[in-house]
Structure formats: structure tokens, C-alpha cells
Write a new protein. Sequence first.
Length: 257
Amino acid sequence: MAKGNGRMDPARALALLWRKEREPTRPARGPLQGLTVDRIVRTAIAVADAEGLAALSMRKVAEPLSVSAMSLYTYVPGRAELVNCMLDEVLGEAPSLEGADGWRQALERYARGSMDIARRHPWVPPLVSSRMLMGPHETALWDGVLGALTGVGLDEREMLAVVQLLNGYVRGAAQQSADAEHDARRSGLSYEEWYEQTGPLLAEMITAARYPALTRVWSSGVFEEPGEGLGPDGGFEFGLQRVLDGIEQRIDECGAR
């Protein structure tokens, strides 16, 4: 069952994901002309990008297509199956790992590509951690990243753990980025504007006698910089390299053993 999307028929969902079912015969003219599963999925993605996944409904997908919501059920069994197709479709935007110079460059490309997808489609990260069925794009993505880890000394359990570790890191970084954007929209203030208003007030409360470590960092001025001192990317690259350093250490240990 997909998180928050209702009950799903796995057999029908897989047939839809892999396009194993024949599409309905379309009329020669009228609003249903040209309606396809791919077009419905792309329209649903646009709705979710603009309004969020919680706002997604068959009615909202039908409106820009100029058809009734009931017409969509001829092509897609339900909302849960539609969301699963949406996820697989956007995962097809991931860059190819072919031609990468070693496992580390491949994993960098994988993580950055995943983060780019999360930035374009903020509704994706929570779905990656739920029980979504794998479509052709997600399957190819997993095969590629596991292939990059083949032959480096890790066993199958460790290979899977590495990919899950990267996915977890990207998901956390994506959530922080989404939270920051949400705060800016809700408050109407950029981070710099918010800091200008609250910084002097907080400085009166945060004293070196009571909070020596925090005061030292605060006084350095890093909180005034973009990304709270972590750079425009919010520290994504810094964290990614530290995660990869840990993976490299484990690979080196396997080689020595």
C-alpha cells in the first residue's frame, strides 16, 4: 500500500507501470481524443509540482485535460496507481551512471541527480521511503547504482546498505531545503531578512557564559551567511563528500581484508 494514497491493486499497478495493458480505444474526436496514460501522468506531475501531493485528485488532473474525472479511470485504476506512475516517471529524469570514472563518481552523480529531482518535485522524497512498486525507470536506476558498487569488495547486503544510506542522506537534505522554502513563503521573509530581525534579539539571550560553544560559532558570523554558513546548497556537497568518505573507508577495509 502506498503511503497516504489508498489501497492499490499490485497486479494492475505493475501492468500500468510497465505499460503491459493495452490502452483503451480513443474516439476519433472529442475531449478524449489524444488522451493517454502518459499524458495523464505528466499532467498529474504538473499538478503535484504546483500544489503538492496532498492536493492531487483525479478531478484536478482532469480539469487541464478538459475531461471528466470519471474518464481518467478508464486509463488509470485509481489515485494510488497514478501516484506510483508519477514517481517512476520523474525518476526517469535521473542522469545515467554510464561512463562514470569509478564507484565514487557514479555515486556522486546518483546523489546529485536524486537531489535535483527532489528540488524539482518536492513531493517525491517521502514516496521513495514508502512501499511503492518499482517501474522501469526506478528499476534501471537501482540496477545502475548497484552496478557501480559491483566488484569493489562489498557484499550484497553492504551494497544495498550503501544505496539506502545515500537515499536517506538525500531525503534529509531535500526535506531541509523544502522546509526552508516553506518558511520563506509562510513568513514572507528571506533567510537574510529573518536573521536581520531576530539576530540582535537572540544575541542578547545567547551569552558566552551559558552557551560557550554556540556563542563561539554565532560570533564567527556563519549564521549570517547563505545557508547558515553552509553555502548556497545548504551544505549538501559537504555532507555528500563525508558520506562518501565513510563508504570509501569501508571499501578500503574490504580490500585490505
